[in-house]
Ligand binder design. Structure first.
Ligand SMILES: NC(=O)C1=CN([C@@H]2O[C@H](COP(=O)(O)OP(=O)(O)OC[C@H]3O[C@@H](n4cnc5c(N)ncnc54)[C@H](OP(=O)(O)O)[C@@H]3O)[C@@H](O)[C@H]2O)C=CC1
Ligand SMILES: O=C(O)[C@@H]1CCC=N1
Length: 268
């Protein structure tokens, strides 16, 4: 896999800095990276000092321009970054909802990729869905693959609209899992457990269950669930509630649909 010759990261907030951390850890030459952020955190400044990437240098064309600002900031940001694009640049946007059309209308790039990573990227365990428009060459796809695989798995989709669904499932998904920890902990306190103990139990349960999924990729989630469920036992009693017709699945379907609709609404 090849790395781009040069890379400009625009926006070094939560996701941008996670991506940056992944590139540095993957051995991407720091002197080929320029990072742009109007109010760099102390941590980002320290990282620039340690690794030697450029922080807010004068704009010059980069082979890969990675856009990681809020979707609502696109108009304001796009106006100021045209000089980062040269004839051979490609744009890799992680903005929720902003379409190839939205991006092409504001930025001088023809090769445009929309990617949707997630926050486990910060520990190299993210998963990213990515779409490339027709103008993206195979070598540019390969360079995007290099960049995204630095922070976890990469799943290509061949229809742009699927990126909004990816956003709803894996982009936003970590929040659903953390909310499950909160909900499980709340259930524990309502059953009489001290709040701190309940939170530790809930957290360790989700961590351990995730690890079981990770270490046993050939065992389905359904089988792992069944392994917990003794016939006529306690788990079955709980699953009768969770798997009822108005249980978790329809709730998750509604949550996903709400997230996808919001992604669609962010387009423009
Ligand atoms: N958080 C997540 O889980 C995920 C987020 N995304 C997408 O990633 C993008 C960034 O999200 P996230 O990292 O959470 O947001 P953050 O607010 O943490 O990061 C955005 C960064 O962009 C900076 N910024 C603002 N204006 C400019 C500018 N003109 N030039 C350069 N940088 C600028 C902001 O600075 P300041 O704070 O000073 O304004 C901030 O550091 C969003 O579009 C989101 O949809 C995608 C997948 C997952
Ligand atoms: O909440 C958001 O809009 C972003 C996109 C996916 C995760 N966070």
């Amino acid at each position: 896999m090849t790395a781009p010759e040069t890379l400009a990261l625009v926006g070094a907030g939560k996701m941008g800095s996670s991506l940056l951390g992944g590139w540095l850890a993957a051995g991407f030459e720091p002197r080929r990276i320029s990072v742009y952020d109007p109010a760099p955190s102390d941590a980002l400044r320290a990282q620039a000092g340690k690794w030697g990437f450029a922080l807010n240098p004068a704009h010059a064309p980069a082979e890969a321009v990675v856009l990681a600002v809020k979707p609502q900031a696109l108009d304001a940001v796009a106006a100021g970054i045209a000089a980062l694009f040269g004839r051979d640049s490609f744009l890799l946007s992680i903005l929720a909802g902003k379409t190839v059309h939205n991006l092409a209308a504001r930025l001088p790039a023809s090769a445009i990729l929309r990617a949707m990573p997630n926050t486990p990227a910060a520990v190299g365990r993210g998963v990213t869905g990515v779409f490339a428009n027709e103008a993206t060459r195979p070598d540019q796809r390969e360079k995007a693959q290099f960049l995204l695989s630095g922070v976890g798995g990469v799943e290509w989709v061949e229809r742009e609209s699927l990126i909004d669904a990816v956003t709803a499932i894996s982009g936003s998904g970590p929040a659903y899992v953390f909310n499950l920890v909160e909900a499980l902990a709340e259930a524990g306190t309502q059953l009489g457990l001290p709040a701190d103990l309940s939170l530790r139990l809930a957290r360790a349960t989700v961590e351990g269950s995730g690890e079981l999924l990770r270490r046993q990729p050939d065992i389905s989630a359904a089988t792992l669930r069944k392994n917990v469920t003794s016939p006529g036992g306690t788990t079955q009693a709980a699953l009768d509630v969770l798997m009822a017709p108005d249980g978790l699945t329809p709730l998750m379907v509604r949550a996903g649909a709400a997230a996808r609709k919001r992604a669609e609404d962010l387009s423009g």
